[in-house]
Ligand binder design. Sequence first.
Ligand SMILES: [Fe+2]
Length: 369
Amino acid sequence: MRKAPVTPEIVGKTAARTILAARGHNPLVRKGATISAPMVDALLRRGIEAIWIADDVFPEFEAREVVRHETRELIRRSVQEIFRRVASTKGHRQAKESLEHRLADAVRKLVEEVSSNEDVVANIGRVRAWDNYTFEHSVQVATMSVVIGKRMLMTEDQLVRLGTGAILHDVGKVTVPQEILQKPGPLTSEEFEVIKTHARNGWDIVHQGFQNIMPTSSIVVLQHHERLDGSGYPQGLKGDDIYLFSKITAVADVLDAVRAERTYRANHRPADVLRIMLQDAGVKLDASAVQIALRHVALVSEGEIVRLTNGQVGMVTGLNAGEPLQPLVTVVGDDLDMPVPREELDLRGTELQIADILENWPPGLAQRV
Ligand SMILES: [Fe+2]
C-alpha cells in the first residue's frame, strides 16, 4: 500500500484501508473498493487529503500506525460527543459525568499506547475530514503532547492531565460560527477577533461544566494560544507565566497546523516544517518542547513516495526516532527516474535527506520497476 493524495488520478485504484465517514455509518471508502470519481468528490468535499491505496510497486507493504485506529476512534468519538453536548447547552449532570469518565478512559488508553512504545515516533496520518477537522486535530494534538510530555519524563498522572487538556484545547470552537470556522479565504480582523474568543469560552465551558476535570487540564484550554514573547491571546502572558502543559500543547497545535498546511500543497517540503518550527523556538514556543517534537514526531509517514536529496526516488518504509527527515527509504529509481535495484537505505547517519514528498510515482517508473 501507499499513501496517495486525493486527486482524480486515484480513480480506478484500489482502496487499501477503509475511510470512515465523519458521522453516520457507511464508510466513505471501503477497503478493497475501486475508487470512483464520485468517491473522490465525496472525499474532497469532506476535506480528506490523502488515503491508503494498493500500490503496484510495493504491493506487500503495510504501514504501521503508532496509535491504533480503535484508540483514535474512541478519543474522536468522546471529543465529538463533548463538543455536541456543550453546543446544545443542555445535558444534565449525570450525562456529563459519564462523558467525563469516557474521556478519562480514552486519554488513559492514549497514554498507555504512547508509553508502551519506547521508541515512539508519532506517525500521524494526514487523513482528516474537514467537518471533522477539530476532532481529528484534537486527537493529533493530544497524541503529540503526550509524546512530548513523556520525553520530559512526566509521570503517568501528569501525562493523563496533559492529554486531557490537549484533547479539549479547542472545545471553545463550538461557540464560533461555522461560517467563520470554515471560511476558505483569509479572515478579516473582526472575524479573527471572534476566533480568538474560543480560548476563554472554552475555558468557561470546561471550568463550569465539567467538575472532574483538573484545573491543570482546563488551564490548557485558556492558554494554548499564549506565546512566550507575549504576542499570544487571550491574556498576552509571557514566559513562565504560561503553564508548562499549555506550552507543550501550543507546540503540538502549531506543528499539526503547519504540517496540515504544507502537505500536498505549496511546495511539499518537510524541511520547511522544520524551519518554521525552529524559527519560533525560544521566541514564541517553548524551545525544549519544539526540539522534542521535531525529534519524535515524524514529518513524513510510512508509505509516502519521496525524492531524496541525491535525486533517488523511493518509499518511506520505516521511521527513525530523532531524525524526522531521515527515515528508512526503499529506493527504486535514480535521479533520472530509471529503475535501480531495490534497496532499503537507512538515512540516519548519512548526508541524505528527504527533499520532497511526491504525489505519485514519476511517469513510467512504476511500469519499469
Ligand atoms: Fe485553539
